[in-house]
Write a new protein. Sequence first.
Length: 302
Amino acid sequence: MEAQQTKYHMSGDEIMDNEIATQIETIELTLFKDSVLGFDPTILFVLDDVEIGQREIENLKSKLGTEVFTYLFNIANSAYHGGLKMGPVKHFFDVVNRLGTQYTKVLILLYAMHRLARGDHEAEIIFARSFSAAVVGRIMARGFGFRDDGARQVELACLLANVGALMMTVYRNHYHTADFVLSDDFIEQNHPYLTERIIRRFQLPEYLYEMIMTNCFILDRMGIGLPTVVKLAISAVEWSFRTFDNKLVFRSPHTSLEDRFAPSLAGIIEEQFTAAGLKKYLGLKKYLVILAETDQVPQKMH
C-alpha cells in the first residue's frame, strides 16, 4: 500500500506536493545562509522594531556591508525619491526614513540576490525587470489617480513579485546539487510560492499577498484595483524587454534634470536607473515638440 503523499497548502485553495515543497525550502535555506547571503538576514527584523532608535539603525550599516549600504544611499538620494527637493541624506537612519522600512528591506533582499548572481546575465535581467516594473508601476498608479501611499504599495509589489524566480535562477546557476534540477518550466510554475514564503519569512505587509499572488484582474467599485496596476506594470515591462532586447524604453520630449524644481519625469527615471547601477537596461528616445504657426498645436517629430 503506497504511503499517502503529504500536501502543502499555499495561497488560497492551491496545494503543493511534498517533493516540490521540499525543493523550494532547500532553495530558501541555501540562499539565506549567512555565509552565502553575506549578512545575517535576521537583522532585517530590527527595522520593524517601532522602539528602535537612530543609533541602532546606524549600527546596521556595518552589518549589511559597504555595497548594500552604498546602493541604498544612492537610491535614497535620487530625484525619484525626493533627493532634489529634500537634499541628500547623510545617515542610514535618514535613508530608512526616506525609503520606508518595508521598501528598504525589499531592496536589501533583492540587491543581496543580485550580488550573489554577479556575472549571471540571466539573473541580472530578472533583477532589472523587477526594478523596471517598480518604476513603471508607481508611474501608472499615479496616472490612474491613486494616492502616493497606493502607488508605493504597487511599487513594492512590483519590486518583489519576481524575487522567487530570481532566487531559483541564482540557485540553479550557482548553488544547485545533483538532488534535483530546476527546469525553466519548474521556475515558471513555482516561483510565486517561493515569493510567498519570502513575504511570510520577513513579515512583509499583508497587502502583498493579494497584489502579487492574485491570478486575475481586480476591480474596485468603479475602476481598477491596485493589484491590477501591478499586473499591468509587470506585463508592460515584459513586453518592452522582449521588444527592445532586454531594455525598458521610454520616449519623451524632455530627458534632463536641469530644472531643480520641475525636473522631467524621464530625467528622474534615468537618474534612478543610474543610481541602481541598471542604466544599461534603460532606453530613452527623445522627440522634438514643434508648435505649428497656425493653431499652436504640439506636433511630434520622431
